[in-house]
Design a binder for this molecule. Structure first.
Ligand code: LHQ
Length: 263
């Protein structure tokens, strides 16, 4: 049986490929379990300094596998439990992973698939990809952090219209609206996303982790709280070997070599 998630361990970074192409990589329990575990391993592994998430085939991810959800099998389902068990921990893990998570949206991203994509740190999408907040079509609430992240990325007016209508949003417009980093030619997507992930893997992992932590907190902090947090994080950063190496490399006019302990 094919693995539902392919983990490709590259030099300094890992590529995680959702691999249920005949279902447009919709999530079943096996895929949830595999992705959550792989992200946990990536968080812990020193050799992994950045993660690239993408999908196999013509879709990125069509959200929950609705084949698993046919009505009438035992009473009404507890979807809250599904979120608590699978989707919420997944989003929390992506957002709190102390390393960059790049997403290459290779095709349609629908339902939870769209919101998992925008939960990643930097999102690139193929020109032909589209994002669909498809939940309203089946009388559900957008989940996987969508009601939090989407209005913050594109504003409430656009988020609400996309969520009410479930209209597909083409990748180039998603980029124009600031929902993703950029849309790239279909045949360039993987090359460009891999190059970006590799570049991030060569940067200071600790440094990028602190930036991620600061931006995460800014969604709910006041300016004063955020200023305090910047002070605390900068204090830590200033004491890090990566900072010393960065400054030294600049002064010596050479590329820095981060992640090598100097103490
Ligand atoms: C699928 C799916 C799919 C199974 C395509 N499942 N097979 C959280 C908590 C708990 C429960 C509920 O959900 C959630 C969160 C959610 O994610 S809710 C939203 C669930 N997702 C959707 O409603 C999207 C359903 N899919 C679609 O609307 C379309 O497939 C899109 C617009 C994504 C793509 O359309 P097309 O490009 O026309 O492709 P297709 O519809 O022909 O799909 C290709 C195949 O993939 C097809 O199978 P088949 O055997 O006929 O070739 C689909 O049945 C299968 N597929 N999505 N979610």
């Amino acid at each position: 049986m094919d693995q539902v998630l392919r983990v490709e361990k590259r030099d300094g970074w890992w590529k995680l490929v959702l691999n249920r192409p005949d279902k447009l990589n919709a999530f079943n329990e096996a895929l949830h379990t595999a992705l959550y575990a792989a992200l946990g391993e990536a968080a812990d592994a020193e050799v992994c300094r950045a993660v690239l998430l993408t999908g196999e085939g013509r879709g990125f991810c069509a959200g929950q596998d609705l084949g698993d959800r046919r009505p009438g099998q035992g009473g009404p389902p507890d979807l809250g439990q599904t979120l608590e068990r699978f989707y919420n921990p997944l989003i929390s893990r992506i957002r709190s992973l102390p390393k960059p998570v790049v997403c290459a949206v290779n095709g349609v991203a629908a339902g939870a698939g769209a919101n998992i994509a925008i939960a990643c740190d930097i999102v690139l999408a193929a020109q032909s990809a589209r994002f669909i907040q498809s939940f309203s079509k089946i009388a559900l609430v957008p989940d996987s952090g969508g009601t939090f992240l989407l209005p913050r990325l594109i504003g409430e007016a656009r988020a609400k219209a996309l969520m009410f209508t479930a209209e597909p949003l083409p990748a180039p417009i998603a980029a124009e609206w600031g929902m993703i980093w950029k849309a790239v030619a279909d045949d360039q997507l993987q090359t460009e996303a891999e190059a970006l992930t590799q570049r991030l893997a060569a940067q200071s992992t600790e440094g990028l982790g602190r930036i991620k932590q600061a931006l995460e907190a800014s969604a709910t902090n006041s300016l004063d709280q955020q200023l305090d947090l910047e002070r605390d994080l900068q204090r830590q950063a200033g004491r890090s070997p990566d900072y010393a190496e960065g400054v030294l490399a600049f002064l010596e006019k050479r590329p820095p070599s981060f992640g090598k302990r100097t103490d």
